[in-house]
Design a protein around this ligand. Structure first.
Ligand SMILES: NC(=O)c1ccc[n+]([C@@H]2O[C@H](COP(=O)([O-])OP(=O)(O)OC[C@H]3O[C@@H](n4cnc5c(N)ncnc54)[C@H](O)[C@@H]3O)[C@@H](O)[C@H]2O)c1
Length: 330
């Protein structure tokens, strides 16, 4: 007998929450959407009417026993409060990135996950790109030899209007940071997944090309992995062009460079070649992974501990940016 389909609620129906609603309602969805909620009841009603679904309050959604799991897509600094309440109400949680904006908040979520026995994952869609899965496998197989260094460049452009579009954007409390916490967290997660734990972080950063925000829009980081290999990492929202996101991994057996996840270089001493990749809907792959983790009782690809590690790296970079000293991530 196949498992009954998982029944979802979505909390927060802003830009990203609406994408989750559409995905859960699409023909390819592995699950059902039962109801949505937003602190703005008008927003919830409008999105419910548009998609032919039900609007609830957040507490009403937690109280429903026909909802097994919730997607949480609200401002980042509110993630722990709502994720802990959801877990304590007995719901599995698919939480938008970052897990929250501090390690302490991440730890509150991890405690609630443990006591509830429910599954929690954090969205980190880059891990579901087949090009990145291939890179991880190649590194683990030793195709690049001993990894000596890596370089990440996520140099994006965000307009002033973007930061002005929501009161929470660009605040330490609710966005938790700027180019690194909001946009760069995807690449922090990716490089930790590829290369393991980081021992020490040093950073310079500042607000260089935007106004009316508290956080950095440019940050340059160096770090050392526990393996001994070195990392340089640039994150900015001040590069007014269409630069691709660059990931480079260098080893004594080969090098790999991707630009927006397309291979620009992959050269190995053992002659390994990059295969053809099937296009993949990374958002749907993440949803499928979470549903399978709940139904089969295994860990999701992105665990709460790994999501915490990304925030620990970022917190260390911000500490270093303020003090000028190298910082060991918590
Ligand atoms: N995975 C990705 O690539 C990606 C991309 C963008 C944003 N995000 C993440 O998604 C989250 C939301 O970002 P967004 O751009 O959709 O923001 P948004 O401002 O467009 O939407 C947030 C929504 O949450 C609602 N809300 C606020 N507090 C709430 C609460 N306590 N309970 C219920 N609803 C509440 C707001 O009314 C709003 O509708 C952030 O954590 C962000 O980092 C992820």
């Amino acid at each position: 007998m196949t498992d009954p389909r998982l029944r979802f609620g979505v909390i927060g129906v802003g830009i990203i929450g609406r994408q989750h609603v559409a995905r859960l309602l699409s023909d390819d969805s592995p699950a059902d959407l039962i109801a949505i909620a937003d602190v703005s009841e008008d927003a919830a009603r409008a999105v419910a009417a548009e998609h032919g679904t039900v609007a609830e309050t957040v507490d009403g959604l937690f109280a429903r026993d026909d909802i097994d799991a919730v997607v949480i897509a609200i401002p980042s600094g509110l993630h722990a409060e709502t994720a802990v309440a959801a877990l304590d109400a007995g719901k599995h949680v698919l939480l938008e990135k970052p897990i929250d904006v501090t390690v302490d908040a991440a730890d509150r979520i991890i405690d609630a996950e443990r006591r509830s026995g429910k599954v929690l994952t954090v969205v980190s869609q880059r891990r579901f790109a087949p090009e990145n899965q291939f890179l991880r496998e190649a590194i683990q197989q030793g195709d690049l030899g001993k990894i000596t260094s890596a370089n990440i460049e996520i140099a994006l452009w965000r307009t002033q209007e973007y930061y002005d579009s929501g009161a929470w954007r660009g605040t330490w409390k609710l966005d938790g940071g700027g180019a690194l916490m909001n946009q760069g967290v995807h690449m922090v997660d990716l490089i930790l997944w590829l290369l393991g734990d980081v021992e020490e972080v040093h950073a310079y950063g500042g607000l260089l090309a935007h106004e009316r925000i508290e956080v950095e829009d440019t940050i340059a980081i160096t770090a050392r992995f526990a393996s001994g290999s070195m990392l340089t990492f640039l994150a900015s929202t001040t590069a007014n062009g269409e630069l691709p996101i660059r990931v480079a991994v260098m080893g004594d057996g080969g090098v790999a460079v991707t630009l927006d996840e397309q291979y620009a270089h992959f050269t190995t001493a053992n002659g390994r070649e990059v295969p053809d990749f099937e296009p993949n809907d990374v958002g749907m792959a993440g949803l499928n992974d979470f549903v399978a983790a709940v139904q089969n009782g295994h860990a999701p690809l992105v665990t709460s501990q790994q999501a915490r590690a990304a925030v620990a790296f970022i917190e260390a970079a911000y500490d270093s940016m303020r003090t000028g000293k190298p910082v060991v991530p918590r």
